[in-house]
Ligand binder design. Sequence first.
Ligand code: SIN
Length: 529
Amino acid sequence: MLGRYLINFKTGDLPHDEVDYLVIGSGIAGLFTACAAQETGSKVLVITKKMVEDTSTERAQGGIAAAIGAADSPYLHEEDTLKAGAGLCDEEAVRVLVNEGLSRIRDLVSMGTRFDRQDGEFALTREGAHSQRRILHCSGDATGAEVQRVLSFQARAVNKLPILENHYVIDLLVQEGECFGALVYDDEDAALKVIWARVVVMATGGAGCLYHHTTNPEVATGDGMAVAYRAGAELMDMEFVQFHPTVLALPNAPSFLISEAVRGEGGVLRNIEGERFMPRYSDQAELAPRDIVSRSILMEMKRTRSPYVYLDVTHLDGEKVRRRFPTITRTCAAYGIDITSEWIPVTPAAHYMMGGIKTDLHGRTCIANLFAVGETACLGVHGANRLASNSLLDGLVFGRRVVDFAHPRIDFSKPIRKPSFDFQDLKPEPPVDTEEIRDELRKVMQQYAGPLRAADGLEQALAFFDRWRFLREYEANTPQEMELRNMLEVGELVVQAALARTESRGGHYRSDYPDRKERWQKHIIFRRQ
Ligand code: SIN
C-alpha cells in the first residue's frame, strides 16, 4: 500500500482524543463550519497548521460578492458566475451560492463584521466579469482581515471553541470507505496523536504554493487535497488554477496582491511602453475575466520583453485612492512606490484552485463521514474559472450546509468508533534535500503548468514528478517533508489533468489547443487505485 500513508504508525500506541466534529483549517470555511457545529451543542475541535490567522482568508482584499444592490438580483449574480465558469459550473450549486449567500452575509453582519458603508447603505464595488457593483468590502481593501478577525473572535471568545494551532494533519483514518478521524502531528510538542471523530471536515484551503509566484500564504500547499486523495477521496477539476492578474512585481517585495477592485474603481493596465493594451484583447478591457487579463498581460510581457506590466491609478483622485485602498497604498509605499503618482509594476500569480476534493452540495465526499468545504473542495460552483469575490461566500454557504446536513444524521447515542490502524511499510530517512526539491517543483509548475500550457512543457513537468516518485517508499518525518509529499501529489495531478484536457477553457489555456471544445464539456476526476 505504498503511497497510502506518509508515516509508519499504530493507533494503539498513540495518545488520542475524541470529538463529534474535527474541523481541519481555520480560514472562513473552517471557522464558520466549526461555529455552526458548536451551536448544535456538539463537541467540536479545530486544528490548524500554523496560527489561526495564517490563512488565505486573512489576505483577501477585494471582498465578498452578494446581490444586495438595488439594481442587482441573485439571478444576475448567477448569470455572471456561470459565464465566468466557462460551461463547467454546477448550476444548482451556483443557485444555492447566490441565494443562500444573502443570509450568510447577514450572519457575518450579526457576528460584528464591519462592512464599509456609504450614505447608510453597504458600499459596493465592482470587479472583473461582474455585470453589477456587488462586492462588499471592509476597511477599503482589508476585507479578509476583518472577516478573519470576526470569525476568530466568534470561535474563541463567543463559542469557546478549542483550536489547536501548529497541528498538522498527516493522514485520514479510513477503513472500508468510512472515515474515523485523523492522524495529526503536534508541531509544538513534536508528537503524534490520533483524533477520532464522528465527522471530519477538510477546510484546509488551496495550493498556490505549488507555484513560484503566488498570492497565497505559505501554508497553502494542497495538504487537504493530498490527504483526502491518499485516503480514497475523488479530486476533480485539478487543471483549473486561477492566476490573479495583478501582483506586485518588485525584486525585493513579496508577491503582494493588488486587488481587482483597483481596476473596478478605474485602474488601467499599461505595458512598459506606456500603452493601455487591454482594449486590444477584450471589449471588457481591464474588467474581463481573470484568465483573459492574466494571459493578455503575459503576452504583453513577452512582446515587450519585460518581467511586468504596470497598473496605473494616477489619473484617479489621489485622496480617494488612499482612502479606498489603504493596505495597498501602505504596502506599495513601503517598497518605494507612491501609487497616486507612480505606476505599479505587476505580474500574474497563482491565486485560487478551482479544483479540489469532489463533494456534493452538502460538502459530502465519496468517503462516509468525510466532508470538504472552501477552496480545498470542488463541487463545481466555480466551474473552470471562479468569479471574483465568490470564494469567501462559498466558504460561508457550503460550510453551513455541511452542518445542516450532517447533524441530524449523527447518531449521538452510539459511542465514537475507534478501529485499529497499523501501518509499518515505509523506510526511515529519505535521502533528499526537501528545500531543493520544493524550489524546483515551484519553478517547474510556474514554467510548465502556469497560465500558458502546452504538451511538451507538461510532459517535462511529468518527468519531474516521475523522478521523485520513489519518495513514497520513505517516511516523511517533519511537516516540511509532509508538505513536500503533498505538493508532489497535488502538483502531479494538476499536470496530468492539464495534459489530458486538450482544449482551452477558463483558467486552463493550452497554446497547442487554443479553442474550447464541446466534447470537453466535462470534468476530469481522479481517484487513487
Ligand atoms: C481581489 O481582491 O482581487 C481578490 C478577490 C478574489 O480573489 O476573489
